[in-house]
Ligand binder design. Structure first.
Ligand code: ADP
Ligand code: GN1
Ligand code: MG
Length: 388
């Protein structure tokens, strides 16, 4: 997770995935895109990959694409990540052709290269891929209406449902121990011990909170280890901005950001959606009075998710949904704080103390969930009884 090379890079002041000037036009030539390239515009969203919108024109017909440079310091084996993505997108595509052909063309599709591969590796060793652009759809960082919340939740439940019957061997683990919360805590402890940037002094309350609450870290992995919670194919990064909703109807269109689709716990996916969807505040909000888990929104998320997943979730999974929301938010607090202490080497930062600010929102959110956990469990029980 934080290798000696990563740390060395942090000391050199250069973030992971150090900015190199890329010749995007030559890169695009490797892909089978239609028409003449007229624009390449960076899309400054997401903490990990570099994303660009490509615009092409053929006989006055405009077609757009997404070009992405895969962050290969985070994803150590991009070809295997792409293999996963091809399997997942092709499976969803073929199911959609059967059940909802109108929406099939609005699913994420990998655009191949002229050499008939699914990515291009450039001379600098960067890995590039191209997707179709999902038109007339929006990825919201936060959702502020019940309609949007319901659709986002429905789509993440739908995504798991679509992959329940993915044939073939297990997917490649694109990031090892990605949601291994106890391991995340150990990494935090070792980064804190080194405190190479001398930043621990700025985060005393957050550090204390992590130690005080550490016992929750291993609850879900222990249950999984005993076979009480199944390992399924999960998305593992179910931020609300990783689902695209139709900009006119608000209906769910597709799920994006598939790099982390791999074996995982379904309820961590539920939890991450709650973490990002039930607060109206941004993940880096400085005014912490705005950060809280909103119970009415939570109810809508539970309903949307339950309608898609109720038939395959086990009772132990259902009993731990609220807990998973708390735990994944706690894990995110660990991750942001670790990166702050390590010198901002994993997440892109855009201002001083950005990762510390992000840690603080997560801590406030965990506290808000703890205060409402009983009520959240009541909501879950009631909604699943209605849906079952
Ligand atoms: P990251 O891993 O950096 O979060 P994403 O794959 O989520 O990268 O892409 C970042 C943003 O780019 C998304 O939140 C969305 O706004 C936009 N985006 C990504 N893929 C598409 C697509 N195929 N069509 C339209 N917009 C997209
Ligand atoms: C990253 O790629 P993006 O921005 O959707 C991260 C998630 C974190 C999230 C926090 C591969 O997601 O795990 O929860 O930031 N993705 C990876 O905002 O680490
Ligand atoms: Mg994303």
């Amino acid at each position: 997770m934080y290798s000696p090379a990563d740390r060395a890079r942090s000391l050199s002041g250069k973030p992971l995935g150090t900015i190199v000037k890329h010749d995007h036009k030559s890169i695009v030539k490797h892909f089978c895109i239609c028409g003449e390239l007229t624009e390449i515009r960076p899309l400054l969203r997401g903490h990990i990959n570099d994303t660009y919108v490509l615009t092409t024109k053929k006989n006055k017909h405009i077609v757009r694409y997404i070009l992405q440079r895969i962050n290969h310091t985070v994803f150590k084996d991009p070809p295997s990540v792409m293999k996963n993505i091809i399997r997942v997108t092709e499976h969803i595509q073929s199911r959609m052709q059967r059940i909802d052909p109108d929406q099939a063309s609005r699913q994420l599709t990998v655009i191949g290269t002229v050499d008939n591969t699914c990515f291009h590796k450039d001379a600098d060793g960067s890995f590039w891929r191209v997707y179709n652009f999902i038109e007339d759809a929006v990825a919201y960082d936060t959702v502020d209406s019940a309609d949007l919340a319901y659709e986002a939740a429905r789509m993440f439940g739908w995504f798991q449902k679509m992959l329940v019957d993915l044939p073939g061997p297990a997917l490649h683990e694109s990031i090892c121990d990605f949601h291994n919360t106890p391991k995340r805590f150990k990494t935090f402890q070792s980064v804190l011990k080194e405190d190479t940037c001398n930043r621990a002094k700025n985060a005393k309350p957050e550090i204390k909170y992590l130690f005080d609450n550490a016992p929750i870290c291993d609850v879900l992995l222990n249950l999984a280890g005993k076979g009480k919670i199944p390992v399924r194919i999960t998305h593992n990064d179910t931020k609300v901005n990783n689902v695209m909703l139709d900009k006119n109807t608000n209906k769910g269109v597709c799920v994006i950001d598939l790099d982390t689709v791999m074996p995982g716990l379904s309820i961590y996916d539920f939890g991450d959606m709650i973490r990002t969807g039930t607060t109206f505040a941004a993940e880096d909000e400085r005014d912490l009075s705005k950060v809280a888990m909103n119970l009415p929104m939570f109810e809508v998320f539970v309903r949307g998710f339950a309608e898609q997943s109720s038939h395959f979730l086990t009772s132990t999974e259902k009993e731990h949904l609220a807990f998973a929301a708390k735990l994944i938010t706690f894990e995110q607090l660990i991750r942001f704080l670790t990166d702050y202490l390590a010198g901002d080497i994993y997440y892109k930062v855009h201002r001083e103390d950005h990762n510390l600010d992000r840690s603080r929102t997560q801590m406030k959110l965990v506290r808000s969930i703890v205060a409402q956990e009983e009520a959240m469990n009541e909501v879950i029980e009631r909604i699943f009884q209605q849906v079952d």
